[in-house]
Design a protein around this ligand. Structure first.
Ligand code: NDP
Length: 277
């Protein structure tokens, strides 16, 4: 029998998840159907209830419902607890298992696809929203030399430093600062986890943050050369990437969790890549 999965969001038309999971199912020979579900704001639980009642096995969750899914879940994995948000659910009877694979997807993309180990690197992450929160622990597990979180609202960056202090078992120095505190510091890995690129905006950043040989990575995907990547390019950074690999890797993690087989992501990444020009 065909097992049913879906991605839920509002809006949802733009979601690439059905394309990704259908491709994964084809290459792994899994019999699944994967659709998009539009839920009205405030109507998350009702739509999920109906999907489960009709035999749905699992869901990906996208904006703005990652916190609703957190509240809906009965069993939260540590990744979801740390992120305070859920991006994948698995339904078994009355149990709702919940995960957040965004952070692990980012790290897999950096380390395996882009061949950019995090260990020993000076890492700067821009933004202190849901994506940074989810990425925090997976990045720290890799043992960077330091992790600096810079945010417009400095208090949010500092909250995440406190969260890291409570959860990390290692001793990676973590700092939360404002953009004006960056002064002349430079980093080996600069991750743009703000939503600025979605509005074609640039966080208030100086080109001096990019150390020689640095990788500039914009978590936003499908936008080509964003203002952030443009700044990096103008600063002679040659290693530029967007979040398409992270998207594919978090999907592969969810697929493996649901189906017990991890698909190769290369074809999907190739298919969804928008040239950074
Ligand atoms: P949130 O809304 O939770 O957080 C947004 C962050 O961006 C906040 O820290 C905010 O700062 C900051 N910000 C927004 N506009 C600007 C600006 N013009 N200048 C400086 N900072 C700004 O978003 P998420 O964390 O959920 O998502 C962030 C990005 O990551 C999005 O573009 C999203 O598409 C992408 N993403 C990609 C994924 C992938 O698989 N590739 C997965 C998840 C997210 P402040 O706190 O001061 O308001």
């Amino acid at each position: 029998m065909t097992d049913r999965y879906a991605v839920i969001g509002n809006p949802i038309e733009q979601s690439k998840s059905p394309l990704i999971h259908t491709a994964f199912a084809q290459v792994t020979g899994q019999d699944i159907e994967y659709t998009k579900l539009l839920a009205p704001l405030g109507g998350f639980a009702a739509v999920v209830d109906t999907f489960r009642a009709s035999g749905g096995r699992g869901m990906n969750v996208t904006a703005p419902f990652k916190l609703d899914a957190f509240a809906y879940a009965t069993h939260l994995a540590p990744s979801a607890q740390m992120a305070g948000a859920v991006n994948a659910m698995k339904f078994e009877g009355d149990k709702v298992y919940a995960e957040n694979f965004d952070g692990v997807g980012l790290v897999r993309d950096l380390v395996h696809n882009l061949n950019c180990p995090v260990q020993g690197r000076r890492v700067l992450i821009l933004g202190a929203g849901g994506a940074t929160r989810g990425a925090l622990l997976p990045l720290l597990v890799e043992q960077p030399a330091e992790l600096v979180i810079v945010n417009r609202t400095v208090a949010k960056a500092q909250e995440l430093v406190e969260l890291a202090r409570i959860h990390q078992s290692g001793s990676v120095p973590v700092r939360g600062i404002g953009y004006t505190d960056l002064s002349d510091q430079s980093f080996d890995l600069v991750l743009n986890a703000t939503s600025a690129s979605l509005a074609a905006q640039l966080p208030p950043l100086w080109a001096s943050v990019f150390a020689p040989g640095c990788l500039a990575y914009d978590l936003t995907y499908g936008k080509g050369l964003t203002p952030f990547l443009q700044l990096a390019k103008q600063a002679d950074v040659t290693r530029l990437a967007d979040g398409v690999g992270m998207l594919a890797e978090q999907a592969a993690e969810a697929f493996a969790w649901w189906r017990g087989v991890r698909p190769d992501t290369r074809n999907v990444i190739e298919q969804l890549t928008v040239p950074l020009i």
